[in-house]
Design a protein around this ligand. Sequence first.
Ligand SMILES: [Fe+2]
Ligand SMILES: [Fe+2]
Length: 183
Amino acid sequence: MTALIENLEADHKRFRRYLVVFNEEVRNLAQSDGSDYVLLNQIATYFAGYPDELHHKEEDIIYARLATKARSRRVELRNLQQQHVELSQRANHFSDIVSMILNNEQLPIDKVVEESVAYRNILTAHMSGEEETLFRPARSLLNQDDWWDIEQAISNLYAEEINYEKARSVLAIETSLDKYLKT
Ligand SMILES: [Fe+2]
Ligand SMILES: [Fe+2]
């Protein structure tokens, strides 16, 4: 069942691509150099919605199963998983900041840049940590039964927990961003 891991890895690739554009736009903003507010808002909304609603929830299920198989890595796994809370708070906070900018509120630009850089650094380090500590060991340590249970848990997640309206709107942003970044 490595398709699941492949999808999460593809998300990471996409997140990294969006982070580059996100930071470029924040830099343009800081230099009063014609930042694309619509694009900035789309990326901020995406990071405030997608990882939280879909990506992290799927990872959390794999974290829980892997922790039972890789006991020596338990603390490392728990620390990484706990970063989901901070990442979500930071992304939501940044999305609020972008909304304030769109509403012409005057904000200390240095602080905005600082927060965007911090978000990028934390998310980038988190993804690298996961690729090493979650994805790689999951591929080698989890067996068919584990993957079967994980798939079931994810099906339940989609049936019971996912906010479809929110998921649909962030996936629409993803399609729009991917199209934009290809041109
Ligand atoms: Fe994660
Ligand atoms: Fe991740």
